[in-house]
Design a protein around this ligand. Structure first.
Ligand code: ASP
Length: 332
């Protein structure tokens, strides 16, 4: 039985592989299901206001190259290179020692993934994460090893100088040197992006300078596959933002994808994952924000957070717009 099924599957595959695209379309192989309201293909969703510019770039790349992986990489590179961002890339706030260290991850729907963490002087950690995925037998490189790998790949090292605004903020912070993360202000604004192409392929990226004034060596959820990002072509994709420690404890993005696998919509999955996260982090809940966004392979999306203030950018054929996420607390 299994053998016969396998044979049928492989002969169907090889015969469809031989068909030219137009014939496949005519045969309905690309468009077996009509999209209903709330379903969008292609679809790109990313966290926070910086998502608008990132989505715009990702959309252009998708139109140009047809690659959802290229799209989600190039999209978040806009934020990594943005001198006004204090939370992503080298212009971000530093750690307690005054050093900016970056975390990033990338994942394809077939399970291939790569990430870097605690990396210095690299303008585009997301590109380095992609190189880890494509050019090494590993998933994750950290710190000095990641930097050495970047050098061997010909990536330039940037000078370690804080952006003047980061420098000023750091000096102010040093006066008290108190480590107290605050929700929803400019120190929890990772960019996570998930995308779906017209053929149902998914990919995602997540990149951040992490919590400001974190301990030197601290790594958040963003570069951890399953915590800050998870993608599975059979189901959907999810990414996270907010207090990384709370997200890591529940394997947040993996949890969202697994809930969708069990039949939840992206919105329901994000809500249930936030409920779990709250449950596992009860003592910190008042002072911390966390949020998820998710898409499924049908092109539906959702987003949800612990506290109000989280928003995300959604790009589909109809436009590129911000949406406010609902939250577990703070609603009337
Ligand atoms: N999740 C990030 C981290 O914990 C922070 C953020 O989303 O801004 O490093």
């Amino acid at each position: 039985m299994t053998t016969r099924r396998k044979f049928l599957k492989s002969s169907l595959l090889s015969s469809t592989l031989l068909m030219p695209g137009a014939v496949k379309k005519a045969a309905g192989i690309f468009s077996e299901k009509k999209q209903s309201a709330g379903e969008h293909k292609p679809l790109i969703v990313s966290t926070w206001n910086h998502g608008i510019a990132a989505n715009k770039r990702a959309w252009e790349i998708l139109q140009k190259t047809g690659s959802i992986l290229d799209a989600v990489e190039e999209g978040v590179k806009v934020t990594e290179a943005d001198p006004s961002s204090r939370t992503v890339g080298l212009y971000g706030f530093p750690d307690r020692e005054g050093i900016v260290t970056l975390d990033a991850s990338i994942m394809k729907g077939d399970g291939e993934c790569g990430s870097v963490c605690f990396v210095r002087q690299i303008k585009h950690p997301i590109t380095l994460a992609r190189k880890v995925m494509e050019k090494t037998p590993h998933v994750m490189l950290a710190g000095e090893g990641a930097r050495q790998f970047a050098i061997s790949e010909g990536m330039p090292l940037e000078e370690e100088v804080l952006h003047p605004e980061s420098q000023k903020a750091y000096e102010e912070w040093l006066e008290e040197a108190e480590y107290r993360p605050i929700i929803n202000i400019e120190n929890h604004d990772t960019i996570g992006m998930v995308g779906l192409d017209a053929d149902g392929n998914l990919a995602g990226t997540c990149t951040t300078s992490g919590l400001s004034y974190k301990m030197h060596g601290r790594v958040g959820d963003s570069p951890i596959i399953g915590a800050g990002l998870y993608v599975d072509n059979e189901v959907g994709a999810a990414t996270a933002t907010g207090m990384g420690e709370t997200i890591i404890k529940v394997c947040g993005s993996f949890l969202v994808v697994e809930l969708m696998r069990q039949g939840r919509s992206p919105q329901e999955a994000c809500e249930e994952a936030i409920a779990r996260l709250i449950d596992k982090n009860l003592e910190d809940i008042e002072d911390m924000q966390a949020g998820f966004i998710a898409i499924n392979k049908d092109g539906e999306y959702g987003g949800y957070a612990v506290h109000p203030g989280f928003n995300f950018a959604v790009h589909h054929e109809g436009g590129n717009e911000m949406e406010d996420a609902k939250s577990r607390f703070g609603n009337d």
